[in-house]
Write a protein of this length. Structure first.
Length: 260
């Protein structure tokens, strides 16, 4: 009986052990797998948390145009230097931006893949949030018609010389990357540029672009040009879009990033 009792004790102990998982996993393996999954999704969520702030999203959008110092970002985003630094720290902790220091100034830039992430988020918002479409129609469409131009057609028109493409962003953004053949005409210099044009320029059409679909600089440029009697339209794409479409983008790597 003693031997039987020993066997029964072992069997009873086995029955008291936790059952295997649905896939036959041992309990310890299930716990380990769950922890790994939780850790992985926590890292994914950290990226979403970092961009789940309108000002941080705007900062990333500005950096998609080219590197910027904290001071220049604050100026462009209407934020104090302290606020910009706080947002940049959160973005850096999420590994979405990187920085380099030159003297007293710190310059930030996007890490690879972030510009593509921004484009995906914009497309999702445009497709599923009606408010985006309403804001666009009310504030970006009036007075600034869009040019739905094909890549080869635009390049051919630039080559022929009957169309002039102007980049109305600040000079440092133009230097960081611009459409081949585009002239740098910052918005605040547009009036002076128009005064310097030759008389035969009236026969040409003008295509303006800036930071993308939700940038008002190209809208204002087209409104000014059309008020002066020029045939002007705007491109909704930004430099990242040009690259994605296979359009030639030129970088002036010898340009310095302005500090102030």
């Amino acid at each position: 009986m003693g031997a039987v009792d020993d066997v029964d004790a072992v069997d009873t102990g086995a029955l008291r052990c936790p059952q295997r998982g649905p896939g036959g996993e041992k309990p310890g393996l299930m716990t380990s797998t769950r922890k790994v999954k939780d850790a992985v999704y926590e890292q994914f969520a950290a990226v979403g948390k970092a961009i789940a702030n309108p000002k941080r999203f705007e900062i990333l959008d500005l950096l998609s145009q080219g590197p910027r110092t904290v001071e220049r970002l604050g100026e462009a985003a209407s934020l104090s230097t302290g606020n910009v630094s706080h947002h940049l720290q959160a973005l850096k902790e999420a590994r979405l931006v990187e920085s380099t220091k030159e003297g007293l100034y710190v310059t930030y830039r996007l890490v690879d893949g972030v510009a593509e992430l921004l484009a995906v988020v914009r497309r999702l918002a445009e497709q599923h949030r009606a408010e985006v479409d309403r804001l666009y129609r009310e504030h970006f469409e009036p007075g600034a018609p869009v040019e739905p131009v094909e890549r080869d057609d635009l390049l051919e028109r630039i080559r022929r010389g009957d169309t002039v493409v102007i980049d109305v962003r600040p000079p440092e953004e133009y230097a960081a990357g611009h459409l081949e053949g585009a002239e740098s005409v910052p918005l605040e210099e547009l009036e002076a540029w128009l005064e310097s044009l030759p008389h035969d320029f009236d026969d040409k059409s003008v295509v303006a672009y800036c930071r993308g679909r939700y940038c008002v600089m190209a809208v204002k440029a087209v409104e000014t040009l059309r008020a002066r009697g020029y045939d002007a339209v705007r491109l909704e794409e930004n430099v990242h879009d040009f690259r994605s479409r296979g359009l030639p983008v030129i970088e002036l790597s010898d340009e310095k990033v302005p500090h102030e």
